[in-house]
Ligand binder design. Structure first.
Ligand code: PSV
Ligand code: MN
Length: 386
């Protein structure tokens, strides 16, 4: 197979998971701007996600957030997804929106609060059993705001204990993905602030505990591709939460602010065998002012473009230049791939997959946007926390 044919084949099998909450209303702490046609139920979120998959061909699964997507019958929800050509993906836990969690969840000084939090995580594994989901994603808002507020070390012990209980409950083929975040909502210490802390916990738990890299969760200037390379090398890169940031955890469209960073990340994914190692490629985004479904389609396309460029890196020429100590030559090999216009290639890939070459335009023509505005009248629109 030629290199181009291999790149095309890889692009056709790519899978980007979209998050249920991206289809719902969201905003900032200042204002949530409601949009017309926004889903009112988890089922309607899946209907929208199915459209993203229909037009891109590479967004076959949807991440749920519990309790935002709580429903009486998860098996029926999985069937609803299946009927529309998608499936339920990662189950995201939520231990940050209950009054009990003011001082933390699994790291809280009170054992009763820790119990409540762990019970929620165990409930998430029950849901995975019903939905057939393979991954449990954990992100903890735990931390402290003031020096001395709590014992930093004891909080790590509590975290380890909670994680061990949940890890022990995982069924065959299920994984625990631990997500780190530099800061927010805690501002002095965060209990899982970085990949090193997440990795240390995962290492103790076992091979099915892996780290999630949310691209928005780092200090400015952090070399995220180095983290990706390292975690892949250690076989602990569980997945990505893709999004884009300018300042903090802005949850903007992946690849919008810094497509070059996304390319560098995907280059390390390709280099480290991330397409075959079970790494999950998820979006974690909120579309506050832009139309949601086309924004998600655009995000999926941004990931595809970065991936295509990464697949086009001439690995042999790069290795040769690196071996020769040819600094500029090696850099040029990488830049050549980045500067390639891969849009014609992706249009071809889509046509070969039986899709419209322009997913955004195909979505616009489909009339789905008008239909949901007309049909989704009344009821309560889903939102962050609803
Ligand atoms: C936390 O900021 C986070 O990145 C986690 O993944 C949460 O589950 C998600 O955002 C909620 O949007
Ligand atoms: Mn995230």
């Amino acid at each position: 197979m030629t290199e181009l044919a291999a790149a095309k084949a890889a692009l056709k099998t790519q899978a980007v998971e979209t998050p249920s909450w991206a289809y719902a209303n969201s905003g900032t702490r200042f204002k949530v701007f409601a949009q017309q046609g926004v889903p009112r139920t988890p089922q309607e979120k899946l209907d929208d996600a199915a459209k993203v998959h229909e037009f891109t061909g590479v967004a076959p699964s949807v991440a749920l957030h519990i309790p935002w997507d709580r429903t009486d019958d998860y098996t029926a929800l999985a069937e609803h997804a299946g009927d529309r050509g998608v499936r339920l993906g990662t189950i995201n836990s939520n231990t940050f929106q209950d009054d009990a969690y003011r001082l933390g969840s699994v790291c809280h000084p009170d054992a009763a609060v820790r119990r409540k939090a762990v019970d929620h995580l165990l409930e998430c594994v029950d849901i995975m059993d019903a939905t057939g989901s393979a991954d449990l994603k954990l992100w903890f808002a735990d931390g402290t705001n003031y020096p001395g507020q709590d014992d930093i070390r004891a909080r790590q012990d509590r975290l380890a204990e909670a994680l061990a209980e949940v890890y022990g409950r995982l069924g065959e083929g299920q994984r625990m993905l631990l997500e780190y975040k530099l800061f927010e909502p805690s501002f002095y210490t965060t209990d899982v602030p970085d990949w090193g802390t997440a990795y240390a916990h995962c290492l103790k738990l076992g091979p099915r505990a892996q780290v999630v890299v949310d691209t928005g969760h780092h200090a400015p200037g952090t070399n995220i591709e180095f983290i990706v390379a390292t975690l892949l090398r250690e076989e602990r890169l569980g997945g990505f939460d893709f999004n884009s940031r300018f300042y903090a955890d802005d949850d903007l469209m992946v690849g919008s602010a810094d497509p070059f960073q996304l390319f560098r990340i995907m280059h390390e994914v390709v280099r480290g065998g991330g397409f075959t190692s079970g790494t999950a490629f998820m979006l974690d985004q909120c579309h506050n002012i832009e139309a949601k479904i086309p924004a998600i389609i655009r995000s999926v396309m941004n990931v595809q473009e970065a991936t295509a460029k990464a697949l086009l890196v001439d690995a042999d020429a790069l290795a040769a230049a690196q071996r020769d100590g040819d600094v500029l030559g090696a850099n040029a090999v990488l830049m050549d791939a980045y500067n390639t216009d891969v849009r014609p290639l992706l249009r071809e890939v889509r046509e070969e997959m039986g899709l419209d070459p322009d997913p955004i335009e195909a979505y616009r023509r489909s009339g789905w946007a008008e239909r949901i505005v007309a049909e989704r009248v009344g009821g309560e629109q889903a939102g962050w926390g609803a």
